[in-house]
Design a binder for this molecule. Structure first.
Ligand code: PEP
Ligand code: MN
Length: 333
């Protein structure tokens, strides 16, 4: 049940509502939606609902019947903005996350970070832990990779986006990550979702390769339900009958998600296509479809990359993409 407070309810009066709900032994989520403050309560009974509704502070109440209430626009209509330092994700300006698929060694990471920060990129990606489809494929440098990420972060003043693959390594990854990435293969790792839901870090949640939009939003709900409201959704392509591309980038998902949820939605044209030449056109398509940003794989020597070389852009190719991206963004405003 959603309880909407009267506009301009004082802090003291708000506290009183909080106390009443607490005394009932109920858990609640406090939501700021534009000028309105709302209480969302799961599992309250009709008697409790009646008591809360009768409080003078309550303007009206609504029953919410979606499987992902906190992620939905029914509970919060205003777009959510995730802040990372002075960068805003979900606002008017589309964000750019770029970097290698994986951290491979100190030199590789340093070279890419240098190129990208020189171009003005502020959000740097790279996996130290890599969940690979094959057990024989490069699994990432792990702690050593986190160390190199810390080095480039300090040297170039970058914010780091890096993947966390399990609950055991979460604390360690959290120390380096400005944004924690939950990869496609872990989108329904519910224990992990619950743990990152308790984190203070923003979460970049990638769509599972066979996940429906509802599955995707329910995974976001797992994180929100634990109190972490800083969730960014990422469309990264889904499995279809088509094998000519690595995945089928579901562009429909972008405007549809924006209709259903207040959370920022970004697009990953690298994993969405698997083919370097398709990354720029699908970046532009994603932005034209309304994405709040992009995440793109870049490598100085894509032919030598230990993972995802086929879809990685060289810094020169990325520079061209970035130039057009900025023009497109300005044109769309
Ligand atoms: C990645 O971002 O490198 C990655 C592994 O992506 P996904 O989880 O979308 O496959
Ligand atoms: Mn990758």
């Amino acid at each position: 049940m959603l309880f909407i407070l009267k506009e301009a309810t004082s802090e003291k009066k708000l506290e009183q509502v909080r106390e009443v709900i607490k005394e009932m032994g109920l858990k609640y989520h406090l939501i700021q939606d534009g000028k309105r403050i709302k209480f969302f309560i799961q599992n309250s009974n009709p008697k409790q609902n009646g008591q809360i509704k009768s409080l003078e502070q309550i303007d009206y109440s609504e029953e919410i019947n979606v499987p992902y209430p906190l992620a939905s626009r029914y509970v919060k209509n205003e777009d959510s903005i995730v802040k990372v330092g002075n960068i805003e994700i979900g606002g008017d300006k589309a964000c750019v996350i770029a970097g290698p698929c994986a951290v491979e060694n100190r030199e590789q990471l340093n070279d890419i970070a240098k190129e990208l920060s020189g171009l003005g990129v502020q959000l740097f990606r790279g996996g130290a832990y890599k969940p690979r489809s094959s057990p024989y494929a490069f699994q990432g440098l792990k702690e050593e990779g986190l160390k190199y990420l810390t080095e480039v972060k300090e040297k170039f003043g970058l914010k780091v986006v890096t993947e966390v693959i399990n609950t055991e390594t979460l604390k360690e990854v959290e120390k380096v990550a400005d944004i924690l990435q939950i990869g496609s293969r872990n989108m329904q790792n519910f224990d992990l979702l619950k743990e990152v839901g308790k984190s203070k870090r923003p979460i970049l949640l990638k769509r599972g390769m066979s996940a429906t939009i509802q599955d995707f939003l329910m995974s976001a709900e797992y994180i929100l339900a634990q109190g972490n409201s800083q969730v960014i959704l990422c469309e990264r392509g889904i499995r279809t009958f088509e094998t000519a591309t690595r995945n089928t980038l579901d562009l429909n998902a972008i405007p549809l998600l924006k209709q259903l949820t207040h959370l920022p939605v970004i697009v990953d044209p690298s994993h969405g296509t698997g083919i370097r030449e398709l990354v720029a056109p699908m970046t532009f398509a994603g932005i034209a479809a309304g994405a709040h940003g992009i995440t793109v794989e870049v490598h100085c020597k894509p032919e030598e990359a230990l993972s995802d070389g086929m879809q990685s852009l060289t810094p020169q190719q990325f520079e061209k993409l970035y130039y057009k991206f900025n023009k497109l963004e300005a044109a769309l405003k």
